[in-house]
Design a protein around this ligand. Structure first.
Ligand SMILES: Nc1ncnc2c1ncn2[C@@H]1O[C@H](COP(=O)(O)OP(=O)(O)OP(=O)(O)O)[C@@H](O)[C@H]1O
Length: 266
């Protein structure tokens, strides 16, 4: 049996006495996609920040490769191969694609102090790595990031994380700002990362997207793990109802019906 790469044991995080996360236990194995589902304010961003070393848990522990770890900073998490890609790809619109790919890891030419950014090598590698993930329309590393589509930007950020050795890829709402075609492309890339043995944590409020790629699921509500299941164990309706709060939906339906006649919300 494959051991978990990343594991949370009863992790809680509170801000000024108010609990953003309460005793969350989760694990993700290599070559698996863990979907973290939750509505606004459920605690998804806080959980990402705990996993990526931005916040220290108030209580509970984190294990990487079976060993307990304390992240003092995002660098500690990064050094263990935990990479986070933020919603808009965390990229800089006025930077070239190649600069952005290599930011902080720039290949150089020449001898110190006369060394300089090796634009050509960086451009070639960036274009090549994006092509591996199906982006064929970016053929020039000096193109500005701001000229890429949302899906291409996400791909750039994921390609970067994979190239620099991510073992755990945390994706923060990677599909939420994208159209259907681009979202499908990003979902394909998630499956590609999974096939390479990367452990993917896919954070989303989109149940359909999660169901398309997830192996394991956890639903967060008000900072608590409200449900946890494996692929095929819940229907889309069951998950959506849980996330929206079945009672709240029923009340809304009744209210709308009193104004317009019977309404059935999806
Ligand atoms: N630094 C902070 N200080 C105080 N409260 C915080 C802080 N960060 C998050 N919270 C609170 O923790 C709760 C969970 O927030 P979080 O941002 O993790 O939710 P989320 O699921 O990511 O929501 P969204 O999808 O809207 O981004 C919220 O009530 C939020 O106000």
């Amino acid at each position: 049996m494959v051991a978990p790469l990343l594991k949370l044991n009863d992790v809680s995080k509170s801000f000024a006495g108010s609990n953003a996360l309460s005793e969350i236990s989760l694990e993700v194995k290599p070559g698996e996609v863990l979907c973290l589902l939750g509505d606004n304010g459920a605690g998804k961003s806080t959980l990402i920040k705990v996993l990526s070393g931005v916040h220290k848990p108030t209580s509970g522990t984190i294990e990487v490769d079976g060993q307990q770890r304390v992240f003092e900073s995002p660098k500690d998490a990064g050094d263990l191969g935990i990479a986070t890609v933020h919603q808009y790809g965390g990229t800089f619109p006025l930077m070239s694609v190649a600069r952005c790919f290599f930011v902080g890891e720039e290949p150089t030419k020449g001898v110190w102090p006369f060394h300089y950014f090796d634009k050509k090598t960086a451009g070639l590698i960036t274009v090549q790595e994006m092509q591996k993930l199906g982006i064929t329309r970016v053929t020039d590393g000096s193109r500005l990031v701001g000229s890429l589509s949302g899906g291409e930007r996400q791909t750039l950020a994921i390609a970067r994380a994979v190239y620099f050795g991510a073992r755990v890829l945390i994706l923060d709402e990677p599909t939420s700002a994208l159209g259907v075609k681009q979202a499908t492309h990003v979902l394909k890339i998630i499956m590609q990362a999974r096939a390479q043995g990367i452990a993917v944590v896919f954070v989303t409020h989109n149940v359909m997207h999660a169901m398309a790629v997830g192996d394991q699921f956890a639903v967060l509500i008000h900072g608590e793990k409200a449900d946890e299941f494996r692929k095929g164990e819940r229907t889309r309706e069951q998950i959506t109802d849980l996330m929206a709060g079945g009672e709240a939906m029923a009340a809304l339906e009744a209210e709308l019906a009193s104004l317009t006649g019977p309404v059935r919300l999806p």
